[in-house]
Design a protein around this ligand. Structure first.
Ligand code: NAP
Length: 288
């Protein structure tokens, strides 16, 4: 079995997590909507992830909606000590599967209560405020009122730690003026590196950077250099893409998403893959 500790740990507030985690979004039905295609396998993926040492799971009530949090609860409750579940708020799903902003203080409060109920906990470990906007072009608007609403819920003891998603450097600075930020979850991978400066800034500040779409999301990464590096190392392209992220910066936490046990095992094994300097140099050129 893969030794996830080979990839190291990072601290989210008072919670230590392995840098190799798991993103649960793929467990919902097609279009991240409705029940999973294979419910027993969805439950098995969650149980095997945790049995393999994953202690950081990323989720949201947007996924399904509610379906993924309910699967997590069914598969893993009562939760093992040391498991950190990170959820996010800021949107609701329409009956037509649309994603709609829900960012008023009242909507954020209601989302936090929904997450508490669906996950079956009294306190949420980490809640990310997901700012609405295209994943490649976060909005520049002030997030103060929204983050203050979550900070108030943290003050009431409903949330341990706060994070942000789909944000700019200025928005991170604005939020940190209101309450501590333990993680930022933005779009980043081997090919999409618009966040390089923000990632470095957060590394210096001791804040986790959690790339979403680490494997390319709905269009998994493809590149000749990636395939060549994988062939030369006896690994798969997806493992090399994850190992590259682990080596990119020590504050990167991985949450690759999959609904497949085979892919879960393949992805977790990347925790033990060390990329030599020559492979890193070739891979660095992909997103350059
Ligand atoms: N904050 C945000 O706005 C935001 C946005 C998107 C995602 N997220 C979070 O980030 C997590 C990761 O993102 P993601 O799941 O969208 O994208 P991802 O991890 O980049 O890629 C997932 C896709 O790759 C496939 N895949 C996974 N492992 C594979 C492997 N070893 N070989 C081949 N294909 C593989 C999956 O299909 P299979 O199911 O068939 O393996 C799925 O189609 C999500 O689960 C979610 O928790 C957050």
């Amino acid at each position: 079995m893969t030794d996830l500790s080979k990839a190291g740990t990072f601290t989210l507030g008072d919670r230590s997590v392995n840098r190799m985690g798991y993103g649960a979004m793929q467990l919902a039905g097609p279009g991240v909507f409705g029940p999973p295609k294979d419910r027993p396998q969805a439950l098995a993926v969650l149980r095997e992830a945790v049995a393999s040492g994953v202690n950081h799971i990323d989720t949201s009530d947007f996924y399904g909606p509610f379906v993924v949090n309910q699967l997590i609860r069914e598969a893993l409750h009562p939760y093992p000590d040391g498991l950190t579940i990170v959820t996010k708020v800021g949107a609701v799903r329409g009956a037509d599967a649309s994603w709609n902003p829900a960012q008023s203080p009242a909507e954020l409060t209601s989302a936090v209560h929904d997450n508490l109920r669906n996950l079956g906990v009294d306190v949420l470990d980490v809640v990310n405020l997901r700012i609405t906007g295209a994943v490649h072009a976060p909005s520049e608007a002030s997030i103060a009122e929204r983050f203050e609403a979550l900070a108030a819920l943290q003050g009431q003891g409903l949330i341990r730690h706060l994070g942000l998603s789909n944000v700019t450097s200025a928005q991170v600075a604005e939020a940190r003026g209101i309450a501590p930020v333990v993680c930022v979850q933005n779009h980043y991978n081997l090919v999409h590196r618009a966040d390089d400066a923000l990632l470095n800034e957060l590394d210096e500040a001791g804040i986790a950077y959690v790339p979403f779409f680490p494997l390319g999301g709905f269009s998994p990464l493809q590149s000749q250099a990636l395939s060549d590096a994988a062939a030369s190392l006896g690994a798969t392209p997806m493992q090399v893409a994850l190992a590259w992220l682990l080596q990119r910066a020590p504050n990167i936490l991985l949450i690759p998403g999959t609904s497949s046990l085979a892919h879960l095992r393949e992805n977790l094994a990347a925790a033990e893959l060390a990329l030599p300097e020559d492979a890193l140099a070739l891979l660095d050129e992909i997103g350059g």
